[in-house]
Design a protein around this ligand. Structure first.
Ligand code: SF4
Length: 393
């Protein structure tokens, strides 16, 4: 098995062996992070001998592409890891409506892609293979937890996405490259249950010699792992936090997320989240899944208003229409019902958005990652209520 190129000791040993000057290491990392190169053979500033030696001994992204699905606003990658496990990442292309030129210019929307203005590029990354939390509406949860991803595999997803954007979009008018500028830990897994590796990967995301992203452009989305939020505070991580709330009361939350909600009750969780806001000054994003006849009732919207207005800073809630699939017996509410729920919240003074459904076309939308694997075993999963990991034992 090849060593990670981010293993500084091994790379330094190889450098010395080839009697290269120390700046060569910086050059390699520059190629990787700034020029989106993921093949050593493309680092033509290095000698052929050094490139061959690096290719033989090191890996940049520790997985290979198994499948790629594109829709107009998303690209989903299915990656196969060296051990045969599979993970997914999704690029979301956010376009901006064409507006008057002077306003566009001020806001920096100067790039045309296929006749539309490309505003933002977001990557949804996986932090685990499968997930142990087992939210009842989530396909990934039906896989069970198979393993935590290491740092190289987490940042490898960003490197791969940047390389893909380089090939797909070329350069901007100003000669700079298209790169992922927003990262959301909303792919497979519960990031706060793989905290150490997620934290180290964030270091590469923030580092000026790495992806050089702003803390405000990195979001950890959690189902409500209280000790993980506490660690984020202790470590001054100060990235954005999204809480998958999904219910305004303990009873409904326990039904939707049965595994963690006994230990991390809603009261304790909200107290922890409030502390995060107070210590970091960061606004929290609340996520709320809209499931027909379960979470879409008007009385729940009124309960949510009380709960959110009691928070220390103004809250924002995203309503996420449920993505139906044959492996789970739940349904998406009508658009009308969702909009009525939204209206109640807004009248109550809560800022609310209905999340657009980016990724639906490629089964890359929220809660859909792992779809194909689960679909194969849907009848068994439904009949037993067990996840795939347990069934395969
Ligand atoms: S929604 Fe998130 S936390 Fe819940 S099972 Fe799916 S991946 Fe895990």
């Amino acid at each position: 098995m090849k060593a990670s190129i981010f293993d500084a000791e091994k790379l330094e040993a190889r450098r010395k062996e080839h009697q290269l000057q120390p700046f060569r290491i910086k050059q390699i990392y520059h190629e990787i992070f700034k020029n989106s190169v993921i093949d050593f053979q493309e680092m033509t500033a290095l000698s052929k001998e050094m490139r061959d030696s690096l290719s033989e001994n090191f890996s940049i992204v520790p997985f290979k592409l198994k499948e790629q699905q594109e829709s107009p606003d998303t690209t989903k990658f299915l990656f196969e890891l060296e051990d045969g496990n599979v993970i997914e990442s999704v690029i979301m292309f956010h376009y901006h409506e064409i507006i008057e030129w002077s306003k566009e210019y001020k806001k920096g929307f100067t790039t045309l892609v296929d006749g539309k203005k490309l505003n933002r590029l977001t990557l949804c990354v996986s932090s685990q293979v499968g997930c142990s939390v087992g939210c009842i509406f989530c396909v990934t949860g039906k896989l069970g937890l198979l393993k935590n991803l290491d740092v190289q595999t987490i940042i490898g997803q960003v490197l791969y996405a940047n390389n893909y954007l380089k090939e797909k979009l070329g350069k901007k008018e100003d000669n700079s490259r298209y790169m992922i500028r927003n990262i959301v830990f909303m792919g497979m897994g519960e990031p706060l249950l793989n905290y150490d590796n997620v934290k180290k990967s964030i270091h590469y995301m923030l580092d000026q010699n790495g992806f050089s992203l702003s803390r405000r452009h990195i979001t950890i989305s959690t189902s409500g792992i209280i000790p993980g939020i506490q660690k984020m505070i202790d470590d001054n991580l100060e990235v954005m936090l999204a809480l998958s709330l999904h219910a305004p009361n303990q009873e409904l939350r326990s039904e939707l997320i049965p595994t963690i909600t006994k230990m991390y009750t809603l009261d304790k969780l909200l107290a922890q989240v409030d502390e995060y806001t107070e210590k970091t000054g960061r606004k929290i994003f609340y996520e709320y899944i809209m499931i027909k006849d379960k979470t879409d009732k008007p009385e729940l919207a009124y309960e949510l208003i009380d709960l959110l207005l009691a928070r220390p800073v103004h809250s924002h809630i995203n309503l996420i229409p449920y993505n139906e699939n044959p492996a789970i017996d739940l349904e998406e509410p009508s658009r009308n019902k969702i909009m009525k729920f939204k209206e109640i919240l807004e009248k109550g003074g809560v800022t609310v958005t209905v999340r657009d459904t980016l990724g639906r076309g490629v089964k890359g939308a929220c809660g859909q990652l792992g779809y194909e694997k689960v679909y194969e075993h849907r009848d068994e999963i439904k009949a037993t209520g067990k996840n795939l990991r347990v069934l395969k034992k």
